[in-house]
Design a protein around this ligand. Structure first.
Ligand SMILES: NC(=O)c1ccc[n+]([C@@H]2O[C@H](COP(=O)([O-])OP(=O)(O)OC[C@H]3O[C@@H](n4cnc5c(N)ncnc54)[C@H](OP(=O)(O)O)[C@@H]3O)[C@@H](O)[C@H]2O)c1
Length: 253
């Protein structure tokens, strides 16, 4: 079913991981468009810093790995906003591993942290918010994946696997919404390398988080389900038609 584009003004928005980087830029872009915006993250001082820059932001501390924290976000959205119309699943962490050298015990806990944050927390929060979102007008779920969802790199195998999973999850969820007739749009945004704490000290040719936020809002207005940003626009066809070339480029990224 073909759906109309989403208006990006006047929403009640929650941005996970909205205290820094891409999440903060997305939160600021929605604020600028006349929405009420809440951000959540673990570090209280980063939330306070974000609110010092954007006083209109609501700050809801949470750890996406904790189910009770996820439930508390739903309660706060109902209490403070009377509901929610846009859920931006942005929070994520990226850890490096060398499975050939590290002791298993050094790896296991980090796998849990990364999968619970990047995938399990995202899917559980989505499930918890669907009953709320379906009451809203022009509702949307936005999942922030990555170009690495399409082609992995060697150094961050769990991160790339979680992003590929978010890419797949976003498609299935979109099809479920379309077939059920539930009025919730599902967007996925696939950024390239962005200048944030996550990429500090590595990579070249990084774009600003504000460019990702602008591309997201423009993509929502254009009804673009998969919003590929910057170099990912080129990566998508290359990975499809020349997969070996794409893997050679990304392997040591
Ligand atoms: N930077 C890039 O090049 C790039 C490229 C493609 C995709 N992405 C994706 O874009 C998203 C944002 O990344 P970024 O670069 O902006 O990273 P960032 O600046 O490190 O921000 C990550 C945010 O997630 C929050 N967070 C991490 N773990 C959390 C948890 N367990 N519970 C709640 N919040 C948590 C962090 O706050 P606390 O630590 O205080 O919790 C922070 O607000 C991620 O999903 C990332 O994978 C980034």
């Amino acid at each position: 079913m073909r759906r109309s584009a989403v208006n990006t003004t006047g929403h009640n928005v929650l941005v996970t991981g909205g205290s820094t980087g891409i999440g903060l830029a997305i939160a600021a872009a929605f604020l600028e468009q006349g929405s009420r915006v809440a951000i959540c993250a673990r570090n209280a001082s980063a939330l306070t810093d974000a609110a010092a820059v954007y006083p209109a932001l609501r700050t809801w501390p949470c750890d996406l790995r904790q189910e009770e924290d996820l439930r508390r976000l739903v309660v706060r959205a109902k209490e403070e906003f009377g509901g929610l119309s846009v859920l931006v699943n942005n929070a994520g962490i990226q850890l490096n591993y060398d499975f050939t050298r590290e002791a298993p015990e050094a790896i296991l806990e980090r796998i849990d942290d990364e999968v619970d944050t990047n995938l399990t927390g995202l899917a559980k929060l989505t499930a918890l918010f669907i009953p709320v979102l379906k009451q809203a007008h022009d509702a949307a779920i936005v999942n922030v994946s990555s170009g690495l969802a399409l082609v992995p790199k060697r150094s961050a195998p769990i991160y790339c696997a979680t992003k590929a999973a978010v890419h797949s999850f976003s498609k299935s969820l979109r099809w479920q919404m379309e077939d059920s007739g539930l009025p919730i749009r599902v967007f996925e945004v696939l950024p390239p390398m962005v200048e944030t704490a996550m990429t500090e000290g590595r990579g070249k040719g990084k774009i600003a988080p504000e460019q990702v936020a602008a591309a997201l809002l423009a993509g929502m207005r254009k009804n673009q389900s998969e919003i590929r940003v910057g170099k990912v626009r080129m990566l998508a066809p290359v990975s499809r038609f020349f997969p070996r070339l794409a893997e050679r480029i990304l392997r040591d990224a």
